[in-house]
Design a protein around this ligand. Sequence first.
Ligand code: ZN
Ligand code: ZN
Ligand code: ZN
Length: 89
Amino acid sequence: MATDTLASSSHHCEIVLVQGTHDANGFPCGRPAGETCSDCGSELCDLHTEVCEFCNQAFCSMCMWLHLEKADAKPAQPVSRPERLKRRA
Ligand SMILES: [Zn+2]
Ligand SMILES: [Zn+2]
Ligand SMILES: [Zn+2]
């Protein structure tokens, strides 16, 4: 039954869950998506959203890996946002 009006939009997580290393098919997560991967554009639910702590972009886990590898090889310009300026006296 398709009576879930909770997710009014048609955005659903596109992450495919795989049950085992030899399970080639897997099944889509399907949770309501709230983010979009900045790299591949996949819809991501909150469980599958990875946010880069450097540039604050949202990625799927796979693109996060690639993103971090790139960032490691080539230091991306730090969007120096002083987020951790909270000083505890
Ligand atoms: Zn992605
Ligand atoms: Zn998901
Ligand atoms: Zn980043």
